[in-house]
Design a protein around this ligand. Structure first.
Ligand SMILES: C[S@@+](CC[C@H](N)C(=O)[O-])C[C@H]1O[C@@H](n2cnc3c(N)ncnc32)[C@H](O)[C@@H]1O
Length: 253
C-alpha cells in the first residue's frame, strides 16, 4: 500500500472509520484490554503508532493518569484532527503527524543502557521533543490494526522495540483470519470487510488476495515481537478474529 493511497483512503473515510473504531460491538472492551496489555504505571509514557481517530488514547490516558504522557502518531491529517478533538480535554495526550515507520522519537539506546542504566532511567529526559513535549523514556508502544498496512512489518516492530526502554512493552492487535472451528463464516465476513476497506489503489498492487497479504504481514509482525520479547502474552478476541500479542522486552542486552 502506498503512503499516498493510505492517507487518501483514511482521510476520505475518517468519519465512518471513527464510528466503526468506537462503536463496533465489543471494540471498547478490546481497546481497554490492549491498554491493559501495555502494563503501564501511573506517570508512564506510551506511544501509539497509527493511532487513527484516537479511539485507544483515552484508555491509555486512564492507565498513565494525569502525570503520564500519551503520544499518538499517524500520517493522515483528517483522522488526527478527530483524535485531537477527542482528547482535547487532556493536556498530557499529544497527537503528532508523522510516519510510524520513521517516528521522531528518541531511541532508548538499549546497548548503552546496559553499560550505564542511569543514562536512560535516572535522568528520565531526552533531548528530543515530540509534539512540543519531551516524552522522556518510553515505557510502551502500542499499534492496533496498523502493521498489515506496512511494507516491512517485522522491521517496524524491530524499530519500535528500539524506542522502548529496557523492560518496557510493545503490544500489537490485529484482525486476521480465525482458526476457530466456526471459522468459515467468520473468515468470509472478514474477507469482505478487508476487501471493502482496502484502498482501491492498493488493490491493484496486490498480486494475491488482499486478505492473504494482510495475514502474512500480521504474522510477520507478531512473530518478530515474540522473538524480541522475554515474556509474551498471546490472546485472541472477537470470535478469534483479533489477535493480541504483548511482549516484554529484555531488561538489558
Ligand atoms: C485501520 S486504522 C487503525 C487506527 C487505530 N489504530 C485504531 O485502532 O482505530 C490504520 C491507521 O494507520 C495509519 N497508518 C498506516 N500506516 C501508517 C504509517 N506508516 N505511519 C503513520 N500512520 C500510518 C492510517 O493513517 C490509519 O489511521
Amino acid at each position: 500500500m502506498t503512503t499516498e493511497g493510505a492517507q487518501e483512503f483514511y482521510g476520505r473515510w475518517a468519519t465512518p472509520y471513527d464510528v466503526i473504531a468506537r462503536r463496533t460491538p465489543g471494540i471498547q472492551r478490546l481497546r481497554r484490554r490492549v491498554a491493559a496489555a501495555c502494563q503501564l504505571e501511573p506517570g508512564d509514557t506510551v506511544v501509539e503508532m497509527g493511532c487513527g481517530t484516537g479511539a485507544n488514547l483515552p484508555y491509555l490516558r486512564e492507565r498513565v493518569g494525569p502525570e503520564g504522557t500519551v503520544v499518538g502518531i499517524d500520517f493522515t491529517g483528517p483522522v488526527l484532527e478527530r483524535a485531537r478533538e477527542a482528547t482535547a480535554a487532556y493536556d498530557n495526550v499529544h497527537v503528532l503527524r508523522a510516519d510510524a515507520t520513521t517516528p521522531p522519537l528518541p531511541s532508548s539506546d538499549r546497548s548503552a543502557a546496559s553499560d550505564d542504566e542511569a543514562s536512560v532511567d535516572d535522568t528520565g529526559r531526552s533531548d528530543v521533543e515530540v509534539a512540543g513535549v519531551d516524552p522522556g523514556p518510553i515505557d510502551a508502544v502500542l499499534a492496533t490494526f496498523v502493521v498489515g498496512m506496512l511494507e516491512d512489518p517485522a522491521g517496524a516492530v524491530d524499530d519500535w522495540c528500539e524506542f522502548v526502554r529496557p523492560g518496557g512493552h510493545v503490544v500489537l492487535a490485529n484482525a486476521a483470519r480465525s482458526d476457530e472451528w466456526y471459522a468459515p463464516p467468520v473468515n468470509a465476513v472478514f474477507r469482505t470487510i478487508v476487501v471493502l476497506s482496502t484502498p482501491p489503489t492498493a488493490k491493484l498492487r496486490y498480486e494475491d488476495d488482499p486478505h492473504l497479504r494482510l495475514d502474512e504481514r500480521i504474522d510477520a509482525a507478531h512473530a518478530r515481537l515474540r522473538e524480541r520479547s522475554v515474556a509474551v502474552a498471546d490472546e485472541t478476541h472477537v470470535f478469534g478474529v483479533v489477535r493480541l500479542t504483548g511482549g516484554r522486552l529484555p531488561d538489558s542486552e
